[in-house]
Design a protein around this ligand. Structure first.
Ligand code: NIG
Ligand code: FE
Length: 392
C-alpha cells in the first residue's frame, strides 16, 4: 500500500516531524519508506491519495483498566454530594465494588463488556492498548482478566500489552502483607507461567500499598524478568515515583503529588511519566502534576485514558489529550508525543509510536490538516481511517 499526498506528523524527533506533502510506503505490515512526495520513487502497489489528510502513528493508550464488569455511576453521584474517592473506598466501595462485579461475571460477559469499550477506543484512532488486571484480587479472577485481555487481540485489530496489577487494593479482612503472600505474589507467578504478563504494576497509596509492600512485588517481578510500572503519587506523596525510578520502571503514572526530586530521579532512570487527566478531572482533584518539572528534567511524558469504572470512565484518547492541554498546560505537541512515541516507551515497545522505515504500519488517518487539531477539539472524533499492521 502507498499513502500519497498526506500531511505526515511522523513524531520522529523532538517535535511533530511534520512533512506537509508526504507519502508512506507499506509492505508486509511494516513501513518501508516515509518522506516527502517529491522524493517518492516509482513503486507498485495500491495507491491511496489522502488529499492532504493528516497521518499520525496509531495512537497508543498506555494505561487502561478496560477489562472490568459493571459500572460505578452510583459512586459518581455520591462524590458529587461531597464524599471523597478515598472515603468510598474505605467504606468498601470503590475498587472493591468493581472486584465484586468482575468476580461475578462469566468470561463471555467480561469479554462482551470489555469489547464494547475497546471498540470505542479503536474508533478514535487507537492501535495499541495496555490492559491491567486488578479487579480480581484472587488468583482465579486476576488470571481471568488477563486471559480476557489476551483475547481482545484475537477479536480485534489492536495490539495488547498486559500489566499484572494484583497489588491494586487490599481485600477486606486481610493485611496487605498477608494478601501479598497468600494471593498476589503466587497469582503473579501463576499468571507469568501462563504467559499472561508483560509488565507488573501496583498502587502505592494510603488506601492501597506502601513503599515496602510495593518493593516486595517489584522484587518478584525482577526474579521473573518482568518490567515494572507504578500508580504513584495520585492522592498523596508516598515516594512511589522515586521507588519506581530506583527499580528502573518503564513508567510512573498519575503523579499529581510528585516532586521535583521525583522528576529528577525519573529522568535519570528513563522512567516515563504517564499523565492521566481523566482521573484528575473525575475526582475534581486540584493538585496538578508537576508538568514544568518533568519538562525541565527531561522526563518523557505520556498521556492515557486510565479507562476504569471509578476514577476515569473514559474511552477517548483524543479527549485525554485535550484535557492534558487545557487542565495541565501541556502543549498539543507534547500531548501527541504522549499518545505515540512516549506511550510506546511506557510500554517498552520499540517498533511503534513513530512513522519511520522499519516500524510497524500502525497508523491513524484524520480529517484534519494540522496535528494540533487533535488536542484542540473537545470530544470530537475526526478519525478518517485506521491502518493496523498494514491493513486498512
Ligand atoms: O488508575 N488508582 C488506582 N486505580 C485506578 C482506579 C481504579 C478504580 O477506581 O476502580 C486509577 O485511577
Ligand atoms: Fe490506573
Amino acid at each position: 500500500m502507498i499513502l500519497t499526498h498526506a500531511t505526515l506528523a511522523t513524531m520522529d524527533g523532538p517535535g511533530y516531524g511534520l512533512i506537509p506533502d508526504g507519502g508512506v510506503v507499506i509492505e508486509g505490515g511494516r513501513i518501508v519508506w516515509a518522506g516527502a512526495m517529491r522524493d517518492l520513487s516509482a513503486r507498485t502497489g495500491e495507491v491511496r491519495n489522502l488529499d492532504g489528510r493528516l497521518v499520525t502513528p496509531g495512537l497508543i493508550d498506555c494505561h487502561t483498566h478496560v477489562v472490568h464488569a459493571g459500572n460505578r455511576a452510583g459512586e459518581f453521584a455520591q462524590r458529587l454530594n461531597g464524599e471523597s474517592y478515598a472515603d468510598i473506598a474505605r467504606a468498601g466501595g470503590g475498587i472493591m465494588s468493581t472486584v465484586a462485579a468482575t468476580r461475578a461475571a462469566s468470561a463471555t460477559e467480561l469479554l462482551a463488556e470489555t469489547l464494547a469499550r475497546v471498540d470505542a477506543m479503536l474508533a478514535q484512532g487507537v492501535t495499541a492498548i495496555e490492559v491491567k488486571s486488578g479487579y480480581g484480587l484472587d488468583s482465579e479472577t486476576e488470571l481471568a482478566m488477563l486471559r480476557c485481555a489476551r483475547t481482545i487481540a484475537e477479536e480485534r485489530q489492536v495490539r495488547v500489552r498486559t500489566s499484572f496489577l494484583g497489588a491494586h487494593a487490599v481485600p477486606p479482612g486481610m493485611t496487605a502483607d498477608a494478601y501479598l503472600d497468600a494471593i498476589c505474589l503466587p497469582g503473579l507467578r501463576a499468571a507469568h507461567a501462563e504467559g499472561l504478563v508483560d509488565a507488573v504494576d501496583g498502587f502505592c497509596e494510603g488506601i492501597a500499598f506502601n513503599i515496602s509492600q510495593i518493593e516486595r512485588v517489584f522484587d518478584v517481578a525482577r526474579t521473573l524478568g518482568l518490567p515494572v510500572k507504578l500508580h504513584a503519587e495520585q492522592l498523596s506523596a508516598r515516594g512511589g515515583a522515586t521507588l519506581a525510578a530506583r527499580h528502573g520502571a518503564l513508567s510512573a503514572d498519575h503523579l499529581e503529588y510528585a516532586t521535583e526530586a521525583d522528576a529528577r530521579a525519573m529522568a535519570s532512570a528513563g522512567t516515563v511519566a504517564v499523565i492521566l487527566p481523566g482521573a484528575f478531572y473525575t475526582l475534581r482533584e486540584t493538585q496538578m502534576p508537576p508538568i514544568a518539572a518533568f519538562r525541565a528534567a527531561g522526563v518523557a511524558m505520556a498521556v492515557a485514558t486510565d479507562c476504569n469504572p471509578g476514577s476515569s470512565p473514559m474511552t477517548s484518547l483524543p479527549l485525554a489529550m485535550n484535557m492534558a492541554c487545557t487542565l495541565f498546560r501541556m502543549t498539543p505537541e507534547e500531548a501527541l508525543a504522549g499518545v505515540t512515541r512516549h506511550a510506546a516507551r511506557a510500554l517498552g515497545l520499540a517498533d511503534c509510536g513513530v512513522i519511520r522505515a522499519g516500524m510497524r504500519a500502525d497508523l491513524a488517518i484524520w480529517d484534519a490538516s494540522h496535528p494540533a487539531e487533535l488536542s484542540y477539539r473537545i470530544g470530537a472524533t475526526p478519525l478518517f481511517a485506521r491502518i493496523f499492521g498494514g491493513h486498512a
